[in-house]
Design a protein around this ligand. Structure first.
Ligand SMILES: *Cc1c(COP(=O)(O)O)cnc(C)c1O
Length: 219
């Protein structure tokens, strides 16, 4: 079914929206099937699982870490991760920068915003991000590149609320872009939308959706 699911979702999303196939908890052969159908971009939410899969699957896969990341685990993924979606503290950015430097690379990152009505979800407020962008520490970090924002909407059947939350993430993105990245094309991603809400997210300006169960089946 993976092959069919993948080709169906590809017909539903516009060309300017990037599909991250979220393969967490799924075995390597499921990922390989998606790979054999042309998918090269996969997302995992746990460091250990990501490291194991990266070691045993094709080397041209781009691996995104989409889940909450603890500072002490950055070192395990720093060599190969192609985008970290859920950066939620300056401390974490400092550590990513340090580990990226060891590998002589720049690690692309997204800042996670708290947009949901649930207090269980991680993420910055808008004011916290402004404070970080204006701090001397942040300005000194040369081995990270902030490529955009990420958020998760409330898990609710109220679709208007979901749309409102995605709209707020897009507006944060646009304000930050005009204020801090006017001459910098690398600030370009709005990572929002999962299996239950990616269609709404795309309507509200998502550039990158993270879809798991719609492709690989329920977990
Ligand atoms: C699991 C997960 C997804 C994908 O969820 P589905 O509902 O299976 O599409 C997206 N984003 C994050 C951060 C996740 O942890």
């Amino acid at each position: 079914m993976i092959t069919e699911n993948l080709s169906k979702i590809k017909t539903e999303i516009p060309n300017n929206v990037t599909l991250v196939a979220v393969s967490k908890t799924k075995p390597n052969d499921a990922i390989q099937e998606a790979y054999d159908n042309g998918q090269r971009l996969f997302g995992e939410n746990k460091v250990q699982e990501l490291v194991e899969k990266q070691a045993s699957l094709p080397k041209d896969i781009e691996w995104h870490l989409i889940g909450h990341l603890q500072s002490n685990k950055v070192k395990y993924v720093a060599e190969f991760v192609s985008l970290i979606h859920a950066v939620d503290s300056l401390k974490l950015l400092v550590e990513i920068n340090k580990q990226a430097k060891k590998h002589n690379r720049v690690i692309p990152c997204l800042l996670q915003f708290h947009i949901a009505q649930e207090n269980t979800k991680f993420g910055f407020s808008f004011d916290e991000v402004i404070e970080i962008f204006e701090s001397d520490i942040f300005i000194s970090l040369e081995n990270i590149e902030i490529q955009g924002v990420m958020g998760m909407a409330t898990n609710t059947t109220n679709l208007e609320q979901v749309a409102d939350e995605f709209r707020s993430l897009e507006s944060y993105f646009l304000v930050l872009q005009s204020r801090f990245f006017k001459f910098n094309d690398s600030f370009k991603h709005i990572s929002m939308g999962m299996s239950s809400d990616y269609k709404i997210a795309i309507e509200e300006g998502s550039t990158m959706i993270r879809v798991g169960s719609t492709i690989f089946g329920s977990r």
